[in-house]
Design a protein around this ligand. Structure first.
Ligand SMILES: Cc1cc2nc3c(=O)[nH]c(=O)nc-3n(C[C@H](O)[C@H](O)[C@H](O)COP(=O)(O)OP(=O)(O)OC[C@H]3O[C@@H](n4cnc5c(N)ncnc54)[C@H](O)[C@@H]3O)c2cc1C
Ligand code: SF4
Length: 509
């Protein structure tokens, strides 16, 4: 008689999962299931589905070799109920188990589904993160502002990563200032390690192609790691080939170079194939050996124990309504070019097309191109957030929502960001080579060929003046706007209005 069911979700593919630690190989059965409720709650990029199903099948095989009994449901199994609770009920009926053990899911949606499951589910904390919910709540309590930098310093002290006693290595906590170089011509980033799909992955790709092939996003040339060993090889490849230059060009964008020197590890870390500690320790070790400069190692470690942990803390602290917030009251529908890349704006077109091909774009592309445009144009943050959840292979609500609703769209009213991340075309031009190949002119502020980011930037500031003019970090921008002569301001606003009208009418911009 089976004693308990151990639920392992698609983003819980880790040997040190709390649910597995609580379980017994002798008496318990692991349940894993590919279900339509998960593939369809938003129409995920097929690449993301293929990655997760292939990684799940291989993790299930790995658990079996480790001596676990595993009950695995494939998407096309005839008996599949196509939901997680449904598969738990079916497994309970088949095995006689009366209780489920699970590690807390990363989304309120799934937590509620498990709470309502007729088979009682006992949840254990997801301690694959450095900071627990209680610790984050304790850190946040009584603070007027939840600034990531202060949280990050606590996590550095807690882990001892790149610390010399109680002082940060090199004397500074943060080397971000050195991480803003523009990419010189001819720079040749090595790109991520590409893994040839084996038979199991090829079978999954065919299944996904048959079921979801008409969805948005390409499955061609699939190269993601789908096992822990492959993910570890990807980490080693990153540390050796890209990390030394990661810091310098962290914010740089180059047409035709979607990956630059980024890690391409977020799908693996978020699915559980890699843990925060091993990736940070690999970066720290490379820096200690002198293979990697301090700005690169610190910058990378900050993304993981700083940003990633902070973002998760905010999601669980703020609660289930967080993804639906819309503090700036933005209501414009997401334009079609977010799906087809069919726009004269070279920067947006490049990022959308890369995203469609790879289910990936790097941070600055997400924040300062597609995110910046959405915020400037007043797009509905719910629609924007859903787009990000659909299109990226690393997207799960706990990490996507605070990044999009909070950091990128300021729709949480400033919980994550102390000011909106908005810029005109100048920033994009400074950090990329996109403007060279654009139908618009980045140096033109009004009139024929004026870059839409230039017009919309001032329109945004003007529209939200009451909210932002008192923000000391934005005072300079308002002073610049106020110094423009009145005719010019009127022209900018009239042209921005006409551009938004064209957008609403579905005309090409
Ligand atoms: C609008 C927007 C939406 C985003 N949506 C997601 C998302 O759905 N899922 C996701 O994992 N990240 C998201 N991010 C954060 C970041 O863009 C990605 O983690 C990063 O691009 C992943 O690529 P990489 O592995 O090459 O990262 P690198 O740039 O090489 O960074 C290294 C690692 O740091 C972590 N990291 C860096 N920044 C963040 C961050 N802000 N939040 C969480 N982790 C971070 C990731 O684990 C990443 O693998 C979003 C950022 C923005 C601005
Ligand atoms: S000119 Fe403007 S729209 Fe064109 S690529 Fe540059 S920033 Fe983007």
């Amino acid at each position: 008689m089976v004693s308990r069911l151990i639920l392992v979700l698609g983003d819980q593919l880790s040997d040190d999962l709390s649910a597995l630690r609580e379980a017994s190989k002798e008496t318990d059965v692991v349940v894993m299931a590919e279900v339509q409720a998960e593939t369809d709650y938003v129409p995920h990029h097929p690449r993301k589905i293929a990655f997760l199903f292939a990684a799940m099948r291989k993790f299930a095989a790995h658990l079996k070799t480790e001596g676990w009994s595993v009950r695995y449901t494939c998407l096309d199994d005839a008996e599949n109920t196509q939901s997680i609770p449904g598969e738990l009920i079916r497994a309970a009926e088949a095995t006689g188990a009366e209780e489920v053990i699970a590690t807390e899911p990363g989304e309120f949606r799934l937590i509620s589904a498990l709470e309502e499951c007729p088979v009682p589910v006992h949840l254990f904390p997801d301690d694959r993160f450095l900071c627990s919910h209680t610790e984050f709540e304790g850190w946040a309590e009584g603070r007027k502002e939840l600034r990531m930098e202060w949280f990050y310093r606590e996590m550095r002290r807690k882990t001892g990563l790149m610390m010399e006693g109680d002082k940060p290595a090199g004397g500074k906590w943060n080397y971000d200032h050195d991480n803003r170089k523009r990419a010189p011509k001819g720079l040749a980033p090595p790109g991520p390690l590409r893994h040839a799909p084996d038979k199991m992955t090829r079978d999954v790709i065919e299944l996904v192609r048959a079921r979801f092939g008409n969805r948005w996003g390409s499955l061609d040339d699939f190269w993601f790691a789908t096992t822990r060993e492959e993910a570890q090889a990807s980490l080693a490849h990153f540390v050796e080939h890209s990390l030394p230059t990661f810091g310098d060009y962290q914010d740089a964008m180059v047409a035709g170079e979607p990956f630059m020197f980024h890690a391409l590890l977020s799908p693996y870390i978020n699915a559980g194939l890699l843990g925060w500690r091993e990736v940070c320790e690999a970066a720290e070790a490379a820096w200690s050996k002198g293979d990697v400069p301090i700005n690169a190692a610190e910058g990378f470690i900050r993304q993981i124990i700083g940003w990633r942990e902070y973002i998760r803390g905010v999601y669980f602290l703020e609660g289930p309504d967080y993804p639906t917030r819309n503090e700036l009251g933005a209501t414009r529908a997401l334009p079609d070019f977010y799906w087809d890349g069919d726009t004269d704006m070279a920067c947006v077109s490049e990022v959308v097309r890369t995203t469609m091909a790879e289910a990936y774009a790097h941070h600055i592309q997400r924040l300062m191109v597609t995110g910046n445009f959405a915020l400037l144009a007043g797009l509905d943050p719910g629609q924007v957030s859903e787009w990000y959840l659909v299109v990226y292979a690393d997207a799960y609500e706990w990490v996507e929502a605070p990044n999009v609703v909070g950091m990128s769209q300021f729709a949480d009213g400033g919980v994550v960001a102390s000011k909106p991340y908005v810029s005109g075309g100048n920033y994009i031009n400074k950090m990329s080579d996109y403007c060279k190949g654009c139908a618009y002119s980045v140096s033109t502020k009004t009139g024929d060929g004026a870059c839409p980011f230039n017009l919309l930037y001032w329109d945004f500031l003007n529209r939200h003046r009451a909210r932002f003019e008192g923000n000391p970090r934005m005072a300079q921008m308002y002073r610049t706007w106020d110094r423009m002569d009145e005719d010019r301001r009127e022209t900018v606003l009239a042209e921005a209005g006409a551009l938004l009208d064209r957008l609403d009418a579905g005309q090409r911009i």
